[in-house]
Design a protein around this ligand. Structure first.
Ligand code: SAM
Length: 179
């Protein structure tokens, strides 16, 4: 399997552990060719076997094909649900009932989609659907090449409406718990 634009192995290991401990649905924003999706799907397989919703527009058809091939090779196709949309498009699908299973809330949310400040702020909307005690992980926190990620998260963490606390940082993978 070839993985590009992906989490580091140590971060994939952490996502595996979080998914293994997950007690409900897992949602990923930004899947690309599937390294992080597979890490979480394998973790889920070793744990509660909850589905992993992979949200990505897959604008590059080669990436979409690679994602499908990689998921298949890893033998986790049965657990992975592809949602081919930008995160805000998927949010609309949730709001108009196209993805009704989201109603029950998630136990693990991993955010690694668009890395601009405005996009991360939009993606933070999804935190409201994580169940109390559930986990939220962000990739590229404090990564020099995408300062908007940390700016949006830090602003959120210091705001009145904060709904999560930091529990771990693995390289640039920030792990929080929903409060
Ligand atoms: C860095 S890659 C994800 C890598 C993947 N998480 C991994 O570690 O294997 C970012 C992905 O986010 C997707 N993306 C960009 N904007 C997005 C958005 N608004 N919503 C969801 N996905 C988005 C891109 O298509 C791309 O595949």
């Amino acid at each position: 399997m070839k993985f590009r634009y992906a989490v580091k192995n140590v971060q994939a290991d952490k996502l595996y552990e979080l998914a293994k401990e997950s007690t409900g649905l897992i949602v990923e924003i930004g899947s690309c060719v599937g390294k992080s999706t597979i890490a979480m799907a394998l973790g889920s397989l070793a744990g509660g076997k909850f589905p992993v919703y992979a949200i990505d527009p897959w604008k590059n058809p080669l990436h979409e094909k690679e994602f499908i091939d990689n998921i298949h090779s890893a033998k986790v196709s049965h657990l992975v649900r592809m949602v081919k949309a930008f995160s805000m498009g998927a949010w609309q699908m949730y709001q108009n009932g196209t993805i009704p299973t989201f109603e029950e809330g998630f136990s693990l949310l991993f955010i690694d989609g668009a890395h601009a400040y405005k996009s991360v702020k939009e993606d933070l909307q999804w935190v409201s659907l994580v169940k109390k005690g559930g986990m939220i992980a962000f990739h590229d926190y404090k990564e020099k090449l995408c300062p908007g990620v940390a700016k949006a998260i830090d602003e959120y963490l210091s705001s009145d409406k904060v709904e999560m606390t930091i529990v771990d940082i693995v390289d640039t993978l920030l792990v929080c718990r929903k409060t």
